[in-house]
Design a protein. Sequence first.
Length: 567
Amino acid sequence: MRFSKLFAPTTKDAPKDALLPSHIFLIRGGFISQTGSGLYNFLPLGKIVLEKIRNIIKEEMDNAGAQEISMGVVNPSELWRQSGRYDAYGKELLRFKDRKDNEFILGPTHEEVVVDIVRNRINSYKQLPLHLYQINTKFRDEARPRFGLLRGREFIMKDGYSFHASVEDLKREFDLMERTYAKIFTRLGLDFRAVAADSGAIGGNGSKEFMVLAQNGEDDILICDRCEYAANVEAAKRAKKTTTETPPKADFAKFYTPLNEGSIENLSDFFKVSAFYTVKAVIKKAIYKDKTQIVVFFVRGSDELQEIKAKNAANALELVEANAEDLKNAGIVVGFCGPIGLENVQFFIDNELKEEKNLICGANEQNYHYVGVSMFNFKSERYADLAAVNEGDLCPCCGGKLSLVKGIEVGHIFQLGQKYSSAMNAAFLDQNGKSQPFFMGCYGIGVSRLVAVMIEANHDEKGCIWNKQSAPYILDIIISNVKNEIQKEFAVKLYEDLKAQKKEVILDDRNERFGFKMNDFELIGFPYALIVGKEFDEGKVELVSRALGKREFVNIDEIHDRLKEVF
Ligand code: ATP
Ligand code: MG
């Protein structure tokens, strides 16, 4: 490519709403342009990067035995009604009608469509397993589209869906995908972790997220300092918490506790005991498809409720704050709510409180608490993992220390099981001739998000720093002064030679000042520049590494050898 012909509208100014380096530099470097909130176009340089990332993903997916297809972006709502997600998915799902009043959605993910493709076409266990994937446009009407390509409304995803005759085979594919994703992100040169995750709206059990560790990440991840354990805070576990504080020893009794405000702080002050031995009630209003209901979550006074864990325990679509009237109607005595004698109210207790003794909790009566409480008499369905895990807590696998880091989610793999196949009547005949819904897995990668992630992971104050795997061009040959015919001739010849060898090279042949061209080199972030300039008369050209900022003079007759290393 010749720079003089390239459409790369670089600018000095970033858009006002651009806060993150990837957003700023991708716009300023002329990689992308914006047409609306969360809506972006890929310009020539951005498109090359996108294709390079796409190709790596495709290669590894094909190697793993998956087959590429392409599904429509517009999907009939009817399919989403069959799975039950038409109502469950919420406002991210963009719904619309055609001229005949038929209802459609823009696909935010494609489980329904792929099930429709496979059902009645695959009938026997002999035709399984099958893994179909696409790299295609998605639309999610995100509440807060921001950070450029990191959270768009229209974006590009690699989404794969696998079909199996057994859970065991699904697990095998899940593990294969975990390894395949690790290969993809390693090839891209990213520092990532596979973390235990919440399964969210897609549903099913067993899911892992791939997180690139980056300062500007939106996700909080806990990682162990000793072993491989890593988990999203939404799903993180810890070794059961203990304390060296003395427990408040007392026989079971109801105690008069006239507290101004029934907070845990006041309560532990009142009894002069550690909050560890108190039980905290967190009261929420749970929203279900056809009702709302007050739900109480009990955790240790020294813990916080993890909302996603709570939402999953209650199997709710959403949890919202309950107002005073809701609480009154449910008969909750605010500040004195406890699990003992709590009637006609749904409640859950954190796993770590199971079989604990010497606790203090509300007595469901104004100004009274129970002391000497043992958590023995509750049904096992009452217990769930509810407590938020924090930095400094201990690893559930090895007891090492957990620390909190920021990550950007680049991939997510799920074991869906039979959720969609049973809802949508997609079945096969097993070895015994019995009809069974398919066992399914699904596997996503944020392809357009990765373009931005490459820059979040690698940039400086001047601009982008691409590695060779993702760079739009690896070498930028800069003719310092295009009016110097001898220098120009050399540069053009070198460029033509390299191009003939199919090297990723661009020639900056623009009639611009040298400084201007260097600025573009640094902003766009090609891995190397070769400057044909002043020293050419002494038989030398200058090779600049963008990442290291290193400059070296290379003798003209050695240039081809040196460049071999560069590519
Ligand atoms: P997030 O928590 O970031 O919203 P998600 O859990 O909704 O992600 P999935 O449904 O698992 O995402 O989608 C698969 C992948 O698609 C994600 O890992 C992410 O890389 C990418 N992705 C999801 N939403 C967006 C978006 N709005 N813009 C760009 N990429 C996205
Ligand atoms: Mg999302």
